[in-house]
Design a protein around this ligand. Sequence first.
Ligand code: C2E
Ligand code: CA
Ligand code: CA
Ligand code: CA
Length: 279
Amino acid sequence: VKAEGRGASQFYRQEFTHHLNARMNLDDELEKAVNRQEFELFYQPIVPLDATHSIKAEALIRWRHPTRGLVGPFEFINQLEDSGMIVELGRWIIRTACQHATCWPRVHGQAPEVSVNISARQFRFDDLVGTISAALSDSGLPPEKLCIEITEKLLMIDSDATLATIDALKALGVKVAIDDFGIGYSSLSYIRRFQPDNLKIDREFVQGIDTSEYDQRLLAAIIAMGDQLHISITAEGVETGLQRNYLHEHHCGYIQGYFYSKPLAETEFRLWLEHTAPA
Ligand code: C2E
Ligand code: CA
Ligand code: CA
Ligand code: CA
């Protein structure tokens, strides 16, 4: 038994070392990627179901790896956060998204809005208000055309400092969305406290439209709540016409998902705005 125990602990140690090496290699690789400017912002359309509102787009990071091709954020975003690299890269993300958005063509007379994901680390270790106001003034993007997406997880961690930052951003005129709404942590107290402009309902609930009448009614209730509180609702991960129609019937504000478009490279997104954006 003892020998087995030692064997096991040695096994775990090897696993751990292996894991550690893998992480260190990824850190090195990510640092090189930052220096070589291999990161790129893709944009996914967010389509209003009421034609009086403007089209929006969410910036989603991609790594154009020299040999592996296009790599999605699930493979590196946690590592960027843990190593702190997300702070510097996050500044680049904000600046770049603002610059891109100022170049987008109007759709039905309205300039598109851009939405940027902000991680908890950026709240804690960057002067976000300074970074964002500089990005706005350098690019000339009107503040109300920028939305920051934050998760309930962030709101839970660091309430007082976070609240102050969010208030300052709102005072600038920037919009605030709660991302992945509904999964994870209890949220009504955060809504009361942070009074977001937008809630993004997680894909998990949207997928339920196809299979569960209860999920359908839950979505309708969230939309009705948004209506009462003047919070616009975005349904994420909409893939089918059935889902889209249900959300339309229940007056959901915005829809994002493969039903309209997957995330697109910036030049493709511009073409989408010019030729494909729904009337
Ligand atoms: P998220 O903020 O919830 O972004 C939505 C994700 O859902 C995106 O994945 C998008 O490609 C995917 N998606 C959109 N429509 C559909 C659909 O109809 N069906 C399905 N199955 N998926 C859909 P992506 O681009 O892989 O990003 C994953 C996560 O990585 C994001 O989740 C966000 O939390 C994080 N992330 C992405 N870009 C950034 C960034 O620039 N900064 C930070 N801090 N996080 C980012
Ligand atoms: Ca998001
Ligand atoms: Ca989301
Ligand atoms: Ca998500």
